[in-house]
Unconditional design. Structure first.
Length: 365
């Protein structure tokens, strides 16, 4: 099952901020193609403008840089008409970067705010060693929120790959992640197929499918229920129908189906209807910025699902002992576990009995 192109649900300011705070990183960088909404998102992260600098383009004239505190404006780029389109149409004015631009950044060192914003950093900055060094100095003394152009230039790559940077690429914010929806429960305690039970006017499993929409490179529902297969094939949702009885079988079959195409995999139970999409997004952002850890949700000391495993654990997951699940791999690697805290403990609650369903529906927990 190969990945297919699809629209991507953009992370909200709140989901970015929650995952950034969880990460323990010092700086936050937003990147993405032109028009991806980087500046709009930056503005929504703070209730009022922060100290720092803001740049913008005036077509066929130049690029300008403003000191957010003093409101002073300088020109840092000059329009260059080139009918052949072989050169950048904006040429840097290095002396403006070296003098006023650098002074703008140095002034930020003396503000009381811990946060400094720089919107944006692109190819023009590559022409001023002094300006680049001033950014590095700020990174040592302040927390920076930077909008960085998505260009393969040494300084821009240095910022995006900095060890203290939490990076959000708005073009592909969640990386090459896949999802296996685990929908093979027998429903013995429920007295039937709980995944098709009504929950606020929808089949219970629909809530999991709505959560993952437009987040993953590829996904699959793994189920023993023909009713679920019929329901979602009509909606062009990949379903793997099987007859194996145990959890280890479900994990193995799911990874055999999508594991070769992804860098990490989310295992999502199909019976957690109150899990919020924003929590899933935040968990994915955390995993994209720490690709070596196993990430799972928690509420206080209570840990739960979903869980994200990097691809290095796929072989171990595909060879689980009979009746064992992903918790065995988690217990084998306690030093690799990191957690993201959800907002409400009910996000972690699953449904095993009709009483569970009733309690979640009516909030009697």
């Amino acid at each position: 099952m190969k990945p297919t192109g699809m629209p991507v649900t953009r992370p909200t300011a709140n989901s970015i901020w929650r995952s950034f705070q969880t990460s323990g990183k010092k700086h936050l960088v937003l990147t993405g193609a032109s028009g991806s909404g980087k500046t709009t998102l930056l503005a929504s992260l703070f209730s009022s403008p922060m100290p720092g600098v803001t740049s913008w383009v005036v077509p066929e004239k130049g690029v300008y840089l403003k000191n957010n505190c003093s409101k002073e404006i300088i020109q840092i780029g000059r329009y260059h008409s080139d009918p052949t389109h072989k050169r950048n149409q904006m040429l840097a004015i290095p002396e403006c970067f070296d003098e006023k631009g650098t002074a703008f950044l140095h002034s930020c060192l003396h503000t009381t705010s811990e946060w400094i914003t720089i919107d944006e950093i692109g190819f023009l900055e590559s022409n001023s060693c002094k300006y680049r060094q001033a950014i590095r100095t700020l990174m040592k003394h302040k927390q920076l929120l930077m909008v960085v152009r998505k260009q393969k230039l040494p300084f821009l790559e240095e910022l995006r790959n900095h060890k203290d940077v939490f990076l959000v690429d708005l073009d592909q914010p969640y990386g090459n992640a896949g999802c296996i929806i685990m929908a093979s429960g027998q429903g013995t305690r429920f007295g039937g197929n709980k995944l098709l039970a009504d929950f606020n006017g929808q089949p219970l499993i629909d809530f999991s499918l709505n959560i993952i929409k437009n987040l993953f490179t590829t996904s699959v529902v793994v189920t023993i229920h023909k009713e679920i297969q019929s329901l979602y094939i009509k909606q062009n949702i990949p379903v793997l129908l099987h007859t194996f009885p145990h959890r280890n079988d479900m994990i193995r079959l799911g990874l055999e189906t999508i594991g070769d195409h992804i860098d990490r995999c989310v295992f999502l139970p199909a019976d957690q209807p109150l899990l919020q999409k924003e929590s899933m997004i935040s968990l994915l952002l955390c995993a994209e910025n720490d690709r070596n850890s196993i990430w799972r949700t928690c509420y206080g000391d209570i840990v739960g699902s979903p869980v994200i495993f990097p691809s290095e654990f796929f072989e171990e997951l595909q060879n689980l002992p009979l009746r064992k699940g992903g918790s065995l791999v988690i217990n084998n690697h306690p030093d690799r576990i990191r957690t993201f805290s959800v907002s409400d403990i009910n996000e972690l609650r699953d449904i095993d009995t009709p009483d569970d369903l009733s309690q979640l529906l009516h909030g009697n927990l």
